[in-house]
Write a protein that binds this ligand. Structure first.
Ligand code: KIV
Ligand code: ZN
Length: 501
């Protein structure tokens, strides 16, 4: 029988403490709903006494979330606990997370106290929180640097006082994985009543050991892991959710521990948190980094095409990444392009493939990182050659304080037509020049420009909706030059109009 690990997500508390990562309540609700869909067991929603905004967020998240436990952080201070309890009044399942520093550093140099007085305060805080909620989690701040025998005394006392979860934070990210594992083991063997509570890990990443310490803690008996999406959090961050979850999934045969996480939702959650919190994910970040499943060298591409498992220990689809593992660059061969096209559902003759490959190389020279969207557009371009009306030439002159001018040549069923026009912008000038050639009463109903991925070298994607004779037609264009993309989208729609003789 496998064991279950509870996932306690603190993206909205420890993660949100990071300067520049603050979210408003609406954004927090969006993240919380995503965490709920992901399947986390507990959402730490904030530290209500710290600000009216944090209080409000815990209230709103309590209302918005249906099944995960909503947790509010406090110090071992009655007023904090009162406010936390008040903020949780709408929570279907509420938890108060209270605690105090237990290392000598914290006892003597932060709290100016002594070990016995700290135990008294810890016990009093847990008992006080118990008056409000059944589910009380106690944290022993800086447990990583706390003497194990003293820590066991603290934990035994708070469990006796009613703590349902005991959190052992490596607050400063100092411990080594074997030391952290031994600490958890020591508690399981030396704390009377330890089976009445769940042991939790809360590791920081100051020395890059947060995930290793968390896994070591789990291997030694912890059954809750406190984590954040993308590992965001104080200083170097917290243990990342995606790493712990995917370690347990990938090494299930060895560890035999499950979580309730729907791993296919991981990538989406990572993107959402990164975007809302303005925290880019480093490209080589495990599991969710842009390059986490990207193979760019010819040898690796060949190996992966023969068998994915030659170079991959996880299926990108398992974390919700549906792009192929093969990174298409100017160094990729026809085989890699053909493979990607097949995955996208396209099959072409050898000649057509050669044609698309030539266009692919031209694009790869302009754009380092070719993605599925780019390929789909490339194929669109290749098929577009069969259109009746084609863009043959486009030149635009534009700039600050200049009147934009466009010169356009269209190829209509093999015959060339040229026109020149000015406009209030370069797109307007180019479209007006096209209209001079086309002579039809066309109204542009919608004009949407979008960058596909990122970077100034990106392909711009244009959707256009036109109205002709009370009928609506859609057109689509894409190019690294946004004016060309706009004209292509316009022509794409016009090509769908009935041909008049
Ligand atoms: O790092 C830490 O010790 C914490 C506690 C407040 C749980 O964030
Ligand atoms: Zn922390």
């Amino acid at each position: 029988m496998s064991d279950r690990l509870y996932i306690f997500d603190t993206t909205l508390r420890d993660g949100e403490q990071v300067p520049g990562c603050q979210l408003n309540t609406v954004e927090k609700i969006e993240v919380a709903k995503t965490l709920q869909e992901l399947g986390v067991d507990v959402i730490e929603a904030g530290f209500p006494i710290s600000s009216p905004g944090d209080f409000e967020s815990v209230v709103e998240l309590s209302k918005a979330v249906t099944w995960p436990t909503i947790c509010a952080l406090t110090r071992a201070v009655e007023k904090d606990i009162d406010v936390a309890a008040e903020s949780l009044k709408y929570a279907k399942k509420g938890r108060i997370h209270t605690g105090i520093g237990t290392s000598d550093f914290h006892i003597y140099h932060k709290l100016h106290s002594n070990p016995d007085a700290i135990i008294e305060r810890a016990v009093a805080a847990v008992k006080y929180a118990k008056k409000y909620v059944e589910d009380v989690e106690f944290y022993a701040e800086d447990a990583g640097r706390t003497d194990n025998v003293y820590l066991a005394k603290v934990i035994e006392a708070v469990i006796k006082a009613g703590a349902t979860v005991v959190n052992i934070p490596d607050t400063t990210g100092y411990t080594l994985p074997n030391e952290f594992g031994e600490k958890i083991k020591f508690l399981t063997e030396n704390v009377k009543g330890i089976h009445n509570a769940i042991i939790s890990t809360h590791c920081h990443n100051d020395l890059g050991m947060a995930t290793a310490n968390t896994v070591s803690g789990i291997m030694n008996g912890a059954r809750q892991a406190e984590v954040t999406i993308n590992g965001i959090g104080e200083r170097a961050g917290n243990t990342s959710l995606e790493e712990v979850v995917m370690i347990l999934k990938s090494r299930y045969q060895t560890l035999n521990i499950e979580t309730g996480i729907n791993t296919k939702k991981i990538y989406g959650a990572s993107r959402l948190v990164s975007t809302l919190m303005n925290m880019p994910v480093q490209p080589n970040k495990a599991v969710v980094g842009r390059n986490a499943f990207a193979h760019s060298s010819g040898i690796h591409q060949d190996g992966v095409l023969k068998n994915r498992e030659n170079y991959e220990i996880m299926d990108p689809g398992d974390v919700g990444i549906n792009e192929s593992a093969i990174l298409l660059t100017a160094r990729s061969g026809r085989a890699a392009l053909k493979h990607r096209l097949e995955l996208l559902g396209f099959e072409f003759s050898k000649e057509k493939l050669n044609e698309i490959y030539e266009e692919f190389l031209l694009l790869a020279d302009k754009k380092k990182d070719i993605r599925d969207d780019d390929i789909a557009l490339l194929v669109g371009d290749a098929t577009r050659k069969e259109r009746r009306i084609k863009l043959n030439y486009l030149q635009v002159v534009t700039g600050k304080d200049l009147k934009p001018m466009a010169n356009v040549t269209l190829d209509i069923a093999g015959e060339k037509f040229t026109a020149t026009s000015s406009g209030n912008g370069p797109v307007d000038a180019a479209i007006k020049a096209v209209k001079q050639i086309i002579h039809r009463q066309i109204i542009i109903e919608e004009f949407l420009v979008q960058a596909i991925t990122r970077g100034s070298d990106d392909i711009g994607k244009v959707h256009m909706q036109i109205e002709y004779n009370k009928n609506i037609f859609h057109g689509f264009g894409a190019h690294t030059d946004i004016i060309t993309a706009s004209v292509e989208a316009y022509l794409d729609a016009i090509n769908k109009l009935p041909v008049t003789k």
